[in-house]
Write a protein that binds this ligand. Structure first.
Ligand code: URA
Length: 255
């Protein structure tokens, strides 16, 4: 017989939200227990009950939880920081031990995975695993066909070895307006998509600098099998769907 716990605790432990958030979900009638909308947070449920939030079946206290965050600029990728706001402030969960998988710079936006699954994070970040990371960037300076080749060949960015081959796609290039010259002093700007297999410090910015241009906007759009969903707004965070979680786990072999 599984232990019965309060419905709000059951939901919070499952990573569905903070305790106060899940209470609101219950009040709003978003939670069903065995097919009936639950009216009170205090009712007791166990794993044998079918608990459904917004149409998704919730399992009691999964071993690990996984969140997709659309990181906005202005937040640091850390669990604590003395000066800056951290990405953890955007994750609606009371679970202990959550951390961001890798780092995006304070001014970088986009996909960041937050979890408490250390082994999975280790595999995703391992330099040997070469998990693809794709970024959208806007540059000061015109990216060229020669740059595409240089990114593919590998670049010297002041590390022991050149970077691994990276796939650069130039999406567009334009001459900027007079009024934009402060941001784009070269007078030109390109929009690019770049896929890298490593995760060196400031890698996209340093690779772009190595070909004489500058990143003025950076956003991660995918990491391995995970893609930033169009409907996840800047600053929003949600749990991975069961399907995303399955694909993610299948994509990394944990030793
Ligand atoms: N490369 C960078 O330069 N910055 C990031 O935040 C991520 C990749």
């Amino acid at each position: 017989m599984k232990k019965a716990v309060r419905l709000d605790k059951f939901l919070a432990d499952a990573g569905a939200g903070t305790r106060s958030e899940v209470k609101k979900f219950i009040q709003k009638g978003k939670v069903q227990v065995n097919g009936v909308p639950a009216k009170k947070s205090e009712i007791k449920v166990s794993e044998e009950d079918e608990v459904v939030l917004d149409g998704n079946r919730i399992s009691q206290a999964p071993e690990f939880v996984y969140y997709l965050l659309h990181k906005p600029a202005g937040y640091v990728s850390a669990t604590e920081d003395k000066r800056d706001k951290t990405v953890m402030e955007l994750v609606a969960s009371d679970r202990k031990g959550l951390f961001p998988v890798g780092r995006l710079d304070k001014d970088t936006e986009g996909l960041l995975l937050i979890t408490d699954d250390g082994a999975l994070a280790h595999e995703l970040l391992s330099p040997k695993k070469h998990v693809d990371k794709t970024y959208y960037a806007v540059t000061d300076g015109c990216m060229t066909k020669e740059d595409v080749q240089r990114f593919a060949d590998g670049l010297e960015i002041g590390e022991k070895n050149p970077t691994m081959p990276a796939k650069l796609k130039i999406l567009s290039t334009r001459k900027v307006e007079e009024t934009e010259l402060e941001q784009y002093p070269s007078g030109w700007s390109s929009e690019i998509q770049l896929t890298i297999k490593e995760g060196k410090f400031h890698q996209v910015k340093r690779m772009t600098e190595a070909v004489g241009k500058k990143v003025v906007y950076l956003k991660r759009i995918s990491m391995g099998v995970l893609t930033l969903p169009d409907d996840l707004k800047k600053g929003e965070c949600r749990q991975l769907t069961a399907e995303e979680e399955k694909r993610l786990k299948e994509s990394v072999v944990i030793k």
